[in-house]
Write a protein of this length. Sequence first.
Length: 419
Amino acid sequence: MAQIVHSIKGTRDFYPNEMVRRQWLIGKARQASQLFGYEHYDGPCLETLELYAAKSGEELVKEQAFVFPDRGGDPVTLRPELTPTLARMVAQKQNELVYPLRWWSFGPFWRYERPQKGRTREFFQWNIDLIGDNSLMADAELIAVAANFFRLVGLGSEVVKVKVNNRHLMEDVFEQLAISKDISPAVLKLIDRLDKLPLPIWEEKALELGISQSQLRQIKSVLEDEALWKQSGELTELFRLLESLGVSDYVVYDPKIIRGLDYYTGTVFEAHDVKGEFRAILGGGHYANLVADVGGNPLPGVGFAMGDVVINLVLEAYGLYPSQLSQKEAVFVTVFNEDLKAKSLEVASQLRQAGINVVLSLTEDKLAKQLKYADRLNLTKALVIGPDEEASGKVIVKDLLTRDQQSIDQAELIAFFKC
RNA sequence: GUGCCUGUAGCUCAAUGGCAGAGCGCUUCACUGUGGAUGAAGAGGUUGAGGGUUCGAAACCGUCCAGGCACCCCA
């Protein structure tokens, strides 16, 4: 074992069983995206370092991106997120695209961090964005897409919630509490971590930032105020729209949702399992202006991203992957012996020409062995063509689940499998 | 980058300084025209690597490698 070359830390191998699940998940993301009329797109996995230098937050690029020189010596980056690529793609064709544009994508991303539960170095991410509209309709639509996705995969609103907040509201609150603009970004970041840190340490950090004792007390009370959203016209309107879109059972207000990325303005949201057992399933929000950072004209938008790792853990925990997922919708054709090999090949070929998938035995081993192989592949039908069948123009079709078998005229075989 | 934990057969684990084992899985046979059961036999190990301590190390010590979990950050 020790001599097998190891894979790269934080990457995952997708054996057929897992690949089937990955494809199923992608299918659900596609379905949710298309339900709202979003178009599929993708960009390159390799980008220039310059693209991320423009934005993305310092840490993501400096600490977490895979960056290395290409053979010409230029720095190349494995994309750690899609948004800068999206911004570039929009900026390049800014004057010919039809707005608002609704785009979605699902692909691999890389971040150099220590792997742990729910976090790997290579992961897949569903990205979906609505660009070119600044209204709350846009924000509501994206949240509704997320809620519809959860419905499609069987995660009910009693299990998963989309927690929503608004950065404008928090800025207003800070103003009321006379928290200076210098420290408010840092305070916002700290609020985002309230659930992670032990309270005494959290308070200590808050005081270190220059918050007074009375401000601290007020912040804490604000963060427990589940009705705080009523002070925000935007949130009031947003929740009304979500109600009309029929997804308000999935939505909950949470003043502690801030989001780490700096470019969010206005609405921000994160989806979590209700029990709080897992990391955030998806996160997103409204941004006033991304495209300008890569050289285009300002365009507002809203979007979210969902990594495959956490949603995978959640779907596993709640047993929501279909148990019958299989890519082997195929008929197994046995080979009775050397003399009848040509006959089996002929039958297999006829079935394939009719569009029926066939796994052909490569050996003339005894039938027990061939059938065991078919069984272990989880195939459900097997054909046996022995001397008796050959003589009478028949084929035996064996149901590997019920163990029943029947003799069928070779001429009727295709019709048998087609219906 | 920081901290804690773990590496023994394909998998899950046992052996608490004294002969490296079990269950499951795998191969073959009982069954030369029929797979999930049963029974029997068999294969499979440099105990992650290389050092040190010891009469003796899977175990103890330090180094490296790999994995897990938490921080940082975030999907």
